[in-house]
Design a protein around this ligand. Structure first.
Ligand code: ATP
Length: 489
């Protein structure tokens, strides 16, 4: 990371904490590694992002329904899905610092360094070697690469490495009170399997016809070998996943369609398109016949935010085999029974949160010849802003607070709004800018006479005078989900 991007990332983390968006979990006990809590504004923003996703999937598409499956599931599910045997990361320890790393990430960091030093050929060759080793599941080769390229531990600076070993990322616990009779269960590492095992329930009770989708938002848990970069890689995180069931042979058509649809969804939030790119997987997971990531240009480089995978009939077939229940669909159009193929879209809510934060956080210099001035603004799309409007009486007396409270009492029935009467008006505007409130409504002495107020716009800082009676409608139109959702149709 260059000094500038490093500073920007530090700003994101400190701004998120200072204004109640994200806190380190268990902070008063010195924190728990790679676990975070969302504060009063962070949970509002997160809820709004979930709503945007849910509406775009379930509400806009007649053939997509949403479910909420349990985190605990029958342990055989994870055997069938391949997670018990194959959900591993290659890890390596440095014997001097006693620190553990993901072998592939150490190598990727080296590739980045070669790129930065202008050694593109070397970077490309190393990428190829890494892909080959991963594809072949060749752990000894990974170790050789680390040695051949003189990769040292960032803490100890030495090359005193252990062998590379596989490390399963699933957390497990015991279900049942008696230690003897207790059954080992897993905290789900993805929400997808909860959808697959409910495929028949939903298809039958919802009378769903192929093609159709099942959407779900929920927590997932992975014991990441190394967790870093704030809410980018957490041990407890949230996913928003769609499994879209299609007729075999049509999956690539749907895969391409979802690939396009999902990028459009991200861009509708207002980000610069140059910040996003597709990245095709060199190494396909055991279940996939095509896979692509949507990557975002974080301050620490392009990284995955969402994965789109053509999962074939792997999961349903496995569950059919392990559960001995038929996972088939009778397709009346072709008069045939088959196990559907699946196209999955899987976006991490926390990573999405980070992209939105990075896209929105702006430091603006407002200096004029007369005076130095600046502000920090979170330019969230109004539909996802945690607070939609702030109601600000110009002074604390002369009946202005009462008038402002009357407005607040009406608006709060529909929107998350804040009342603030402390400090000078300029300072209050700045506070709202810093949390991304799109509209500030100022009540002044004139308001008592003409029942009009001033709306101040966050981004342009322009002001307009409007009737109090029209406020609900005006705010409603501007923060409406329609503004986002129409871009998707
Ligand atoms: P990575 O390669 O970065 O570990 P992945 O390929 O394992 O990610 P998927 O299994 O495809 O990720 O999960 C889908 C989405 O879930 C990812 O695109 C990401 O947004 C999110 N995600 C996965 N692991 C984490 C994590 N540890 N913390 C936060 N979000 C995560």
């Amino acid at each position: 990371m260059s000094k500038q991007t490093d500073d920007f990332f530090k700003n994101i983390v400190s701004h998120a904490k200072e204004y109640g968006f994200v806190f380190q979990s268990s902070e008063i006990y010195d924190g728990l590694s790679a676990v975070y809590d969302y504060g009063q504004l962070g949970s509002e923003l997160k809820n709004n992002l979930k709503t945007y996703w849910w509406k775009s999937m379930v509400q806009l598409n007649e053939n997509i329904v949403g479910i909420d499956s349990a985190i605990f599931m029958h342990p055989t599910i994870w055997k069938a899905s391949g997670h018990v045997d194959g959900f591993n990361d290659p890890m390596i320890d440095n014997k001097d610092s006693k620190k553990r790393y993901r072998a592939d990430q150490l190598i990727e960091d080296k590739i980045d360094r070669y790129e930065k030093d202008g050694k593109s050929d070397k970077a490309a060759q190393l990428q190829q070697d890494l892909d080959d080793a991963l594809n072949a599941d060749d752990l000894a080769r990974l170790k050789n690469i680390i040695e051949d390229h003189n990769i040292v531990c960032p803490i100890s600076g030495t090359k005193n490495w252990t062998e590379v070993r596989q490390f399963n990322l699933m957390f497990d616990t015991q279900m049942g009170a008696m230690a003897d009779g207790a059954e080992k269960v897993y905290l789900r590492p993805e929400t997808a399997q909860g959808i697959f095992v409910n495929f028949l329930n939903v298809q039958k009770t919802g009378r769903m016809k192929i093609p159709f989708g099942i959407a779900q938002i929920g927590k997932a848990f992975r014991n990441e070998v190394i967790a870093r970069q704030f809410i980018m890689r957490m041990r407890e995180f949230e996913q928003m996943e769609l499994q879209f069931f299609v007729r075999p042979g049509t999956e690539m058509e749907w895969y391409n369609k979802w690939k396009e649809t999902r990028l459009k969804w991200h861009l509708a939030l207002g980000a610069d398109p140059a910040k996003y790119r597709y990245h095709d997987h060199a190494k396909l997971a055991h279940y996939a016949n095509a896979a692509v990531d949507i990557e975002y240009d974080f301050p620490f480089g392009f990284k995955e935010v969402e994965g789109i995978h053509s999962r074939t009939d792997f999961d349903l077939k496995q569950h059919q085999e392990f559960s001995k229940k038929k996972m088939q669909f009778f397709d009346p159009e072709i008069n045939q029974n088959y196990i559907p193929y699946v196209v999955e879209t899987s976006v991490g809510l926390d990573r999405l949160f980070l992209t939105v934060f990075a896209n929105s956080l702006v430091h603006e210099d407002l200096s004029t010849e007369e005076k130095q001035d600046s502000r920090v603004v979170l330019k969230f799309h109004p539909a996802i802003a945690p607070v939609k409007a702030a109601i600000l009486p110009l002074t604390k007396k002369d009946g202005l607070p009462e008038k402002a409270r009357e407005i607040m009492a009406k608006l709060k029935l529909d929107y998350n709004v804040q009342y603030d009467e402390k400090d000078a008006i300029g300072k209050r505007y700045r506070r709202q800018d810093a949390i991304g409130t799109p509209y500030c409504i100022t009540v002044d002495h004139q308001s008592l006479e003409d029942d009009m107020v001033t709306i101040r716009h966050r981004d342009s800082m322009e002001q307009e005078r409007v009737a109090i009676a029209d406020l609900g409608k005006i705010i409603g139109e501007r923060v409406s989900w329609t503004n986002l959702l129409t871009q998707l149709i």
